[in-house]
Design a protein around this ligand. Structure first.
Ligand code: 13P
Ligand code: SF4
Length: 323
């Protein structure tokens, strides 16, 4: 059977201008995470970490949300804006943490721990949020754990974040779902140690999704927003950064505004031959796909109404507690 020809996409020559025009025409707001390509970040109305993006989504008054990040982030925007179409450049932009915590298996895990409260990292599906008492992000996880003082507590789905949070909050009894981020797990503690010797005086900034051996070498541990802020404000001129290098764009922009430059080095991975510390999901989004999503109003993120009803409560509680 003859293969059908590929669809004619009919892309404009000046994609950026076309996206700006479509945003205006649709009265759309473009929300983007720091791990997006530079040119997507520059087109966005708001760029942020997961908490700031959820807060921005809760304030949206636009007719359409175009979300450039990964699926769980766009789902969060949909849960907070059930009546608003949420379009994404690529529906395949998932997350290893969200994919590694299937709702049925998580429900069974909860059932094994009767009486435990459930605190879920925002990097999980809407269904897992619906099974949770509270949501957290990397920027508020320690505070959110403290909300459950004296209570039996499940923390899901990132075991590295859980270990860091346990240490920071003084809780050594968290019941942890053993998930991980394939990007942050790639940083090599051994190579990092060698790099630090070659760059005496460099400051090491790391995301709490990294392995303990990497975090042990960090001078500063925070969410992407925290890393960007510290990189700009730090007195060090060389920064070794253990997170996705999408954050470099905002750091360079903010430094340029202050008339400064710094040497930014991404922490080394375990396999030099692969760009494994670039998020393969985040980087599925392109300007071309964003243009098509705004033009055709698809693909859209959908969440079942009963899941929205249940997932909204723990998300709104996090937003309330993070004010
Ligand atoms: P932040 O909330 O720190 O931006 O983290 C998002 C993420 O997916 C990290 O891998
Ligand atoms: Fe998920 Fe890791 Fe990609 Fe963040 S960097 S979206 S946690 S796979």
């Amino acid at each position: 059977m003859a293969e059908s020809p590929p669809p004619v996409l009919d892309l404009p020559d000046d994609l950026e201008a076309a996206i700006v025009a479509l945003k205006r025409e649709r009265n759309a707001v473009l929300l983007a995470h720091y791990y997006q390509d530079d040119e997507i970040q520059d087109l966005a109305d708001f760029v942020g970490d997961s908490l700031a993006l959820a807060q921005a989504a809760a304030r949206v008054e636009a007719d359409v949300i175009a979300f450039c990040g990964v699926h769980f982030m766009a789902e969060t925007a949909k849960i907070l804006n059930p009546e608003t179409p949420v379009v994404v450049p690529d529906l395949e932009a998932g997350c290893s943490l969200a994919d590694g915590c299937p709702p049925d298996a998580f429900r069974a895990f909860i059932a094994e721990h009767p009486g435990a409260k459930v605190l879920s990292y925002i990097n999980c599906s809407a269904e897992v949020k619906a099974l949770s008492d509270l949501i957290c992000t990397s920027s508020n996880a320690v505070e959110m754990v403290k909300h459950f003082q004296g209570e039996k507590l499940i923390f899901a789905p990132d075991r590295h974040l859980a270990r860091w949070v346990a240490r920071e909050s003084g809780r050594d009894d968290l019941i942890v779902w053993q998930g991980a981020c394939i990007v942050h797990e790639q940083f090599s503690a051994k190579e990092l140690a060698k790099l630090r010797i070659r760059h005496d005086g460099a400051e090491v900034l790391a995301h709490p999704e990294c392995d303990q051996a990497v975090l042990d070498q960090a001078d500063f541990i925070a969410s992407t927003t925290g890393i960007i802020r510290r990189a700009v404000e730090s007195p060090a001129n060389t920064l070794i950064i253990a997170t996705e290098d999408g954050v470099f764009h905002q750091i360079r922009k903010e430094l340029a505004q202050a008339g400064r430059t710094k040497e930014l080095i991404q922490a080394p991975g375990m396999d030099e031959s692969c760009a494994c510390n670039r998020c393969p999901f985040m980087r599925l989004n392109t300007q071309e796909k964003l243009y098509l999503a705004l033009r055709d109003l698809e693909p859209q993120v959908t969440v079942a109404p009963e899941i929205i009803d249940r997932a909204r409560k723990p998300l709104e509680l996090m937003l309330e507690l993070s004010r």
